[in-house]
Design a protein around this ligand. Structure first.
Ligand code: C2G
Length: 131
């Protein structure tokens, strides 16, 4: 029984988000997702996500391959979250390649390939064209 944990903002949900969560779940039996808080996003990017954290976590929790969702309050708490949720594998997108290898004494750390050609930033730009 392998427990997987992964993290993300998942703003303006799209197929890249769905695919990485589905592939993360295929690595084990139970998938926990840390959805980053609005405050964490603001501190990193100086803007709030389009969808508030309550909507983002509700959308992620509704996916059939997601078993549990919690709010990620800080990027620095990964070790605590891994222990709290008893994760055997940490999954991150390959844009984070190598960045979380220091956690491999706690669990296996895997980076999965991102879906090319789609991103929340691109979608927002596309939608703006219709204004
Ligand atoms: N993703 C993907 N393909 C895309 C876009 C995103 O596979 N085209 C993946 C990312 O690699 C990530 C997840 O979808 O694993 C969520 O993406 P973001 O919302 O951009 O997450 P991010 O802001 O990188 O997470 O602790 C990490 C933080 O929560 C930040």
């Amino acid at each position: 029984m392998k427990r997987i944990i992964t993290f993300g903002t998942f703003d303006v949900l799209h197929v890249g988000h769905i695919r990485i969560l589905e592939r993360a779940k295929e690595l084990g039996h139970h998938l926990t997702v840390g959805v980053s808080s609005d405050a964490l996003n603001y501190s990193k990017k100086s803007r709030y996500p389009v969808y508030p954290q309550s909507d983002r976590s509700e959308l992620i929790a509704s996916l059939k391959f997601v078993d549990h969702v919690f709010i990620e309050e800080s990027l620095e708490l990964k070790a605590e979250y891994i222990k709290e949720h008893k994760a055997d594998i940490l999954v991150m997108g390959d844009d984070w390649e190598g960045k979380f290898d220091f956690l491999n004494h706690l669990c296996e750390v895997k980076y999965l390939r991102r879906t090319e050609g789609i991103s929340t930033t691109q979608l927002i730009a596309e939608i703006r064209k219709y204004e």
